[in-house]
Design a protein. Structure first.
Ligand code: GLA
Length: 355
């Protein structure tokens, strides 16, 4: 199919104006001087969509999603959701902190995924649009909500810059020792939503190692080199080139759904760089986090109709969830996700688009 930048506008704000658990939800639109637009809703802190210019200057919708909030309410693939209190899996839905065992809701095989049943993606956040390019969302996750200890005050700042970057800053404090691992679950298709799958996108990940998993997608605890495996994206490679390789890890994940151990962290060296083969749009991800879950939408059900009228089939889009490693609370040699009273959790990830 020829490259066809989809008809391009963000959803109507009115399609996100609802009362959920008695609280008002809205759509917040950020716009920069280069014409890029981003939409965020305070329901679940979802990144609803983003329009960026392609090489001909045509706006292209690079984050897949739904036209209205009802789409978000009936899906379970976290399209652009804020993930918390703990991104990715915790084995058997339990962990021990300061000698006390905590039990979480088990929602993924034997494990707890993405914060449990009514995780942060179901909550209505307090929004404050600061200016045309900035919106903040705040949420108080109460002590023992979803089984996690401590009143956790969370603030997320979404900022669009004039060089077409979305910067997400997460801040949190607690009044009891707890664990926290926040991320965003945007799914990208840099050819524009509605333009088939992402298998020909070219991906580079600055990770010499990854954390292999068992058959329930919990890290085995080993940190293994990617060299010589389909997980080696240290040089640019088509996402689809090795996705069907005879490899146990790819079988467990039904494709890529793995945590990459980032070599460098910070604002100057991208953790990942991806280019849409048809649009030429490049996405660079910068983060201070130690890991990135690269997920090729392997469990997308194919039953939801996305903007652009397409079904959410496997590999329609991919996610790059910057975060601490899955199951860190049970794997003491992984970087710690513990947050204590008096400490400030602060982390930042930037998604920068260019042509
Ligand atoms: C993460 C997980 C996947 C899947 C998606 C959401 O990427 O690792 O297995 O749960 O979130 O569907």
């Amino acid at each position: 199919m020829a490259y066809n930048p989809t008809a391009i506008k963000l959803p109507d704000a009115s399609a996100f104006e609802r009362k959920i658990t008695g609280r008002q939800t809205n759509l917040y639109v950020l716009q920069n001087n280069a014409g890029m637009q981003v939409a965020i809703t305070n329901f679940g802190g979802y990144l609803v969509g983003a329009l960026v210019p392609d090489k001909k200057g045509k706006l292209t919708s690079v984050i897949i999603g739904f036209d209205n909030i009802e789409g978000l309410l009936k899906q379970e693939s976290y399209y652009g959701a804020t993930i918390g209190r703990y991104g990715n899996r915790i084995a058997d839905g339990k962990f021990t902190l300061e000698g006390k065992e905590y039990r979480l809701f088990v929602n993924n095989g034997p494990n707890s995924l993405h914060g449990g049943k009514y995780n942060f993606s179901y909550r209505v956040w307090e929004a404050n649009q600061i200016d045309a390019k900035t919106v903040t969302l705040e949420y108080l996750s109460e002590d023992m909500e979803e089984g996690y200890p401590g009143n956790l005050k969370v603030k997320i700042t979404y900022q669009l810059t004039d060089d077409n970057a979305i910067t997400i800053t997460y801040e949190a404090t607690t009044d009891k020792t707890t664990i926290v691992n926040l991320t965003n679950h945007a799914y990208f298709n840099l050819n524009g939503e509605g333009n088939e799958d992402i298998l020909n996108h070219v991906m580079q990940i600055a990770a010499d190692n990854y954390t292999p998993v068992n058959n329930t997608m919990i890290p085995t605890g080993k940190i293994e080199p990617v060299k010589g495996t389909p997980f080696d994206f240290t040089n640019p490679e088509r996402i689809g080139k090795r996705i069907k390789a005879d490899n146990e890890q790819l079988k467990f994940g039904n494709g890529y759904d793995h945590n990459f151990v980032l070599n460098k962290r910070g604002a100057h060296s991208p953790a990942a760089t991806v280019t849409g083969d048809k649009s030429g749009i490049k996405l660079e991800v910068y983060t201070d986090q130690p890991g990135m879950q690269f997920y090729t939408g392997n469990f997308m059900p194919g039953t939801n109709i996305l903007r652009g009228g397409v079904k959410d089939k496997m590999c329609t889009a991919f996610a790059m969830e910057t975060q601490h490693f899955p199951d860190s609370p049970n794997q003491p040699h992984f970087p710690s996700t513990v947050l204590k009273p008096g400490e400030i959790y602060k982390t930042q990830t930037t998604y920068k688009f260019s042509v």
